[in-house]
Design a protein. Structure first.
Length: 174
C-alpha cells in the first residue's frame, strides 16, 4: 500500500480552480492507494497544553488563593476549555471531511460528528464529547457561579479526553 501526504500549502495554492486541483492530484498521485490531507495541529496542541497546565496549577495551588482569585482562575480555565473544545471539534470535522468524505458531515448535528470521530478512532466516548459540548454551550448562554463550577468540573474531565484525541489525530496525521 502506497500512502501519500499532501501539504496543505499545495492545496491552498490550487483550490481556486478545483478542476486544476483535481487534475494535479490525479497526475501526481495516480499510483497511490490512499491520499490524505495533513492538518496543522499547532494551535490545538497549544490550547490543550495551556488548559492542562492551568488545571494542574489550580489543583496544586488553588487552596492558597483568595475566593476572588479562585473565581478568576476558574474563569480563565473555563475560557481555555472553550478554546480547546472549539479547536478539537473543528479539527475532528476537518480531518473527517478531508480523509473520509467531504460531504459526510454536511448539515449534521454535533452528535453525528462525534459518532463519526469515534468510528474513525479519533475519540473513545461520544457521550463524553456531548457532555463537553453541552458544557461549552452553557457558557455561552448563562453565567452564574453554579454554572461556572459545573463547567470547571467538566473542563477538568475534558483534559484527558482532549489529550487522547490529540494523540489519536496526531498518529493519523503523520
Amino acid at each position: 500500500m502506497k500512502r501519500v501526504l499532501i501539504d496543505t500549502n499545495i492545496v491552498l495554492d490550487v483550490l481556486l480552480n478545483r478542476k486544476e486541483f483535481l487534475e494535479t492530484l490525479i497526475s501526481r498521485y495516480s499510483g497511490a492507494s490512499e491520499i490524505f490531507m495533513t492538518l496543522d495541529l499547532t494551535s490545538l496542541t497549544r490550547s490543550i497544553t495551556i488548559l492542562r497546565e492551568s488545571v494542574e496549577d489550580n489543583i496544586r495551588n488553588g487552596a492558597a488563593f483568595s475566593p476572588l482569585q479562585q473565581e478568576t482562575f476558574r474563569a480563565g480555565i473555563i475560557q481555555n476549555f472553550e478554546i480547546a473544545y472549539e479547536l478539537c471539534w473543528k479539527t475532528m470535522k476537518r480531518w473527517i471531511e478531508e480523509n473520509v468524505s467531504p460531504d459526510v458531515l454536511f448539515g449534521v448535528p454535533r452528535i453525528e460528528l462525534f459518532r463519526r470521530a469515534a468510528e474513525n478512532g479519533l475519540i473513545d466516548s461520544v457521550e463524553n464529547w456531548m457532555t463537553f459540548h453541552q458544557a461549552r454551550n452553557s457558557t455561552s448562554h448563562i453565567y452564574s457561579a453554579a454554572v461556572a463550577i459545573e463547567v470547571y468540573e467538566v473542563a477538568v474531565r475534558f483534559v484527558p479526553e482532549a489529550e487522547t484525541f490529540l494523540q489519536n489525530i496526531t498518529a493519523r496525521n503523520a
